[in-house]
Design a protein around this ligand. Structure first.
Ligand SMILES: Nc1ncnc2c1ncn2[C@@H]1O[C@H](COP(=O)(O)OP(=O)(O)OP(=O)(O)O)[C@@H](O)[C@H]1O
Length: 241
């Protein structure tokens, strides 16, 4: 894409990261626009979480830079860790109210109920957080990380351990948030869902981005039948890496 015309809300330039002797990312660059879901895929330990945290500004790269063009948004990035947890003893609505008031004292119950509606938790607003299923806890986490409508959302493995129905709900919810003008980054091992729901795939392997583009583009570029076969060929050494 021509950078002068780019509407990129986020730009990573030559990002590298090493833990001790372990080089995880080497000169990784990408751009991202609002309104799109970016799925970071790759084998275990390939650096997806590391890259997500660098994109979110939670971890500094050793070299390179991440530019976020968030237009002075009060909250530039919403981050949801892999296992969100909430303090016992409060309901879903009370919990979300707590986070909204941290950002803006004036954000009222209308915002809370709308935000719970957006993630499909209206009926659960009076339930205690300790009694939520894993999937509902993730949905509450999505609502919490979205407070203030950050233009960038970074969500680490939102569907791990969830059943197919809840996995679908999470992907649809994140797709809806992207449609509202957010750049959504997520990591997942669920390649079928990526093929169906992601706008862009970022395949991380051997310290680099080994493939990127829409799911169809990535599959066609590798003359493969599915993302799973692209994954296999790249990770098992048959790809262009
Ligand atoms: N704080 C750290 N200190 C040392 N090594 C780390 C640290 N964080 C991650 N690593 C290592 O860096 C590599 C990349 O980890 P990362 O969690 O980014 O991978 P991932 O692709 O998200 O893995 P998974 O799919 O298993 O969640 C792994 O080998 C991991 O053990």
């Amino acid at each position: 894409m021509n950078k002068t015309e780019s509407a990129a809300v986020l730009e990573a330039n030559d990002v590298s990261k090493t833990y001790g002797e372990l080089e995880v990312l080497k000169d990784v660059s990408m751009e991202a626009e609002r309104g799109r879901v970016y799925a970071l895929i790759g084998p275990n330990g390939s650096g997806k979480t590391t890259f997500l945290k660098i994109l979110a500004g939670l971890l500094p790269p050793d070299s390179g830079e991440v530019l976020r063009r968030t237009g002075g948004a009060e909250r530039a990035v919403g981050y949801l860790p892999q296992q969100p947890s909430f303090r016992d003893g409060f309901t879903v609505a009370e919990t979300l109210r707590f986070y909204t008031r941290l950002l803006d004292e004036k954000m009222g119950d209308g915002y809370v109920s709308e935000a719970l509606g957006d993630v499909g938790l209206s009926d659960a607003s009076d339930r205690h957080v300790s009694g939520l299923s894993g999937g509902m806890t993730r949905l509450l986490g999505v609502a919490q990380s979205r407070v203030g409508n950050p233009p960038i959302m970074v969500v680490d493995e939102p569907t791990s351990g969830l059943d197919p129905e809840m996995t679908g709900r999470i992907f649809e919810t994140l797709g809806g948030i992207a449609d509202d003008g957010t750049a959504v980054f997520l990591t997942t091992h669920d390649l079928d869902r990526v093929a169906r729901h992601a706008d862009e795939v970022v395949l991380i392997h051997d310290r680099r981005i080994a493939g990127s583009g829409s799911p169809d583009e990535v599959v066609n570029e590798h003359e493969a039948e599915s993302l799973a076969s692209v994954f296999d060929s790249v990770v098992r050494g048959g790809g262009r890496g």
